[in-house]
Design a protein around this ligand. Structure first.
Ligand SMILES: NC(=O)c1ccc[n+]([C@@H]2O[C@H](COP(=O)([O-])OP(=O)(O)OC[C@H]3O[C@@H](n4cnc5c(N)ncnc54)[C@H](O)[C@@H]3O)[C@@H](O)[C@H]2O)c1
Ligand SMILES: O=C(O)[C@H](O)COP(=O)(O)O
Length: 588
């Protein structure tokens, strides 16, 4: 099995000296997006917190219904404004008077919200898992912390998935509506049994695992697809990890549990519906965007998909006229996955984090469990922090399968003595880079080691002590993910490395900015033009291009930097150029 490795010669690059760093204080709740920035003149600022007088109560805007426990706590220590269903304009107006904001998935916390706050907003509390409704980059830029409750509603979401699975199979919603309309249609609503059927769980994370356990209890044969999940964790509960194509081709039922990322967006589409078993049934309690909703309507109309049960939609709420919502073979719920009394009790105490952070967030030493001055470490390692994250991102995006992301080896080459280099920040950022693109977890400095452990990812660090004067703290960082099938495996050099300055044995010169299309191809005239014209047709700007080859007309690797993300169609067209043997789109 190959090893996915990215490494980079740090001094040859010009890192942008800006990054986001995050904190948390308990495993149940994680805090993210606490920023530091360093600009040319060396002035550095840790979190910028507005100065509500120490004895003045902070004002907290609760924009969506929060469990009573959380609300009571807030009321004791803060002025609480519970204003639900605010329009974006109303939210922008109110926010300038608030120190903290608490939301669920229904409120879009956009860049405008942070801009309108005029620097007063210090903490956004997300009483739930997904923070895809919060503009994290804008939060970071505005010195605002974002906290969430990543595990509090896992069981609730899994139970809702199972509820939808069973209700769909037995036509519960349609039959209920017909009885209430005065009908008695015993022949029309004959269902299908679950026992003995194959369920494909797509995304074997927290919710997916709980769904799998429950489905096994119902006598289903459960398989799962998750390129990053360890096969032994699945095996331990009697679930086999399979490829995407195998999962969708063999499943009678498909249940979706992956996060919405550029890779998973519209993962179920015309092409993938075409590969499914006719009459498959689909449950989605993850995110609406993982399904191409128009394609799902077509698949339902053609009978490829017999039924669908949906809790989430690309746009929420969906239009009541939506063909999908109105389809007779579709049952829907209004994003109720986390809506149990118990789960809301568990997410509500997010407010217990919000309050101390409003008052004391500026004093990192109070909440960072590091024994050394973080400021001191960062002042030296800041150029490497963002690069460490990008290395992790690169490495994980090269993974195509195998036995899961379980073992990551980080090698630092430095002329410093081993005990003169504190790499904890770098390890945390590499962990963040590896885990965030493939999960709904928000990784930060404090929860990085915990999150890695929780997901069964073992990160080991190794030092190579170089000769010479230790002027720069680091010469290079290398990230290796072991036992995975890796894109570009055949381009991996004898030493098993894929470098940013080298891809296997091919020399390239790749800037770590924006996004990169990496192609392995047969060297021949016109390749740059072919790819460039596909990108040009959809107005994607090329920022750089670098080609490395073994010898003329032999194998070559081409790296193309792009300012915007090309559409899936364009990427597919690039992949279909006959001379291109392998390609990957890397979002950094
Ligand atoms: N409907 C609701 O109310 C509700 C409630 C909770 C969670 N959710 C959503 O459910 C989803 C799962 O949540 P979770 O807490 O289990 O997250 P998680 O991070 O624990 O699990 C996600 C899993 O998806 C896997 N994955 C990533 N990319 C994949 C790909 N391309 N193909 C297959 N698998 C892939 C990851 O490796 C990970 O194991 C998230 O989208 C979350 O927002 C919805
Ligand atoms: O991401 C989540 O936690 C779930 O989708 C639930 O969202 P909610 O808090 O809006 O119910």
């Amino acid at each position: 099995m190959a090893t996915s490795t990215t490494s980079l010669n740090v001094p040859s690059l010009n890192p942008k000296l800006s990054s986001s760093l995050s904190i948390s204080s308990t495993p149940q709740f994680s805090v993210s997006s606490l920023n530091f920035r360093t600009h040319g003149r060396g002035t550095r600022r840790f979190i910028v917190l507005a100065t509500a007088g120490l004895d003045a109560k902070p004002t907290v805007l609760v924009a969506e219904k929060l469990g009573a426990a959380g609300l009571d706590l807030l009321k004791e220590f803060a002025n609480v404004d519970c204003s639900y269903n605010l329009s974006p304009e109303e939210l922008n107006t109110k926010i300038s008077l608030c120190d903290a904001l608490i939301v669920r998935s229904g409120t879009k916390v956009s860049r405008e919200v942070f801009e309108s706050s005029g620097g007063r907003l210090k903490v956004v509390g997300r009483a739930g898992v997904g923070i895809d409704n919060v503009d994290l980059a804008a939060a970071t830029e505005h010195g605002c912390l974002v906290v969430n409750a990543p595990t509090a509603n896992t069981v609730a979401a899994a139970e809702h998935g199972i509820a939808l699975l069973a209700a769909m199979a037995r036509n519960v919603a349609q039959a209920d509506a017909s009885v209430k309309a005065g009908k008695w249609l015993r022949n029309k609503y004959v269902g299908v049994s679950l026992v003995g059927k194959t369920l494909a769980v797509m995304g074997f994370g927290k919710v997916g695992t709980e769904v799998a356990r429950r489905a096994k209890g119902l006598g289903m044969h459960v398989i799962a697809h998750d390129p990053y999940a360890p096969a032994d964790r699945a095996r331990a509960i009697g679930v086999e990890l399979v490829t995407f194509d195998e999962a969708i081709a063999t499943a009678d039922f498909i249940s979706l549990h992956m996060p919405l990322t550029p890779t998973t967006s519209k993962m179920l589409n015309d092409e993938t519906f075409g590969k499914m078993k006719k009459g498959v049934r689909i449950v989605n309690v993850a995110r609406g965007g993982v399904i191409d909703e128009e394609a799902l309507v077509r698949a339902l109309d053609s009978g490829i998909v017999a039924q669908a049960a949906l809790d989430v939609f690309r746009k929420e709420p969906p239009s009541p006229e939506s063909k999908l919502v109105q389809h007779e073979n579709v049952i829907v719920t209004p994003h109720l996955g986390a809506s149990t009394v118990e789960a809301q009790c568990l997410v509500a105490p997010v407010s217990s984090l919000v309050l101390p952070l409003v008052n004391h967030g500026s004093d990192l030493r109070d909440i960072m469990p590091f024994h050394v001055s973080l400021q001191q470490v960062l002042s030296e390692l800041k150029p490497y922090v963002i690069l460490a994250e990008k290395l992790g991102r690169l490495a994980v995006q090269l993974v195509t399968g195998g036995s899961g992301v379980k073992s990551v080896k980080v090698t630092y080459a430095s002329a410093r003595a081993p005990d003169d280099l504190d790499t904890r920040v770098l390890r945390a950022m590499i962990t963040k880079g590896i885990i965030e693109p493939i999960s709904s977890v928000f990784v930060n400095l404090v929860n990085a080691d915990f999150t890695a452990k929780q997901r069964g990812v073992r990160i080991t660090e190794e030092r190579i002590v170089l000769d010479g004067s230790p002027e720069a703290p680091l010469e290079s960082i290398q990230v290796q993910i072991a036992n995975v099938e890796s894109k570009f495996a055949s381009a991996i050099s004898d030493t098993g490395e894929i470098r940013l300055t080298r891809v296997g044995s091919f020399e390239v010169d790749v800037s770590l900015e924006g996004s990169i299309i990496l192609c392995r191809q047969v060297d021949q005239p016109g390749m740059i033009g072919k790819v460039g014209s596909i990108l040009g047709q959809e107005n994607v700007n090329v920022s750089f291009m670098s080609v490395g080859r073994i010898a003329p007309r032999k194998q070559a690797v081409m790296a193309i930097g792009v300012d915007d993300q090309p559409s899936k169609q364009s990427l597919q067209r690039i992949g279909e150029i006959p001379a291109i043997e392998e390609f990957v789109f890397l979002k950094l």
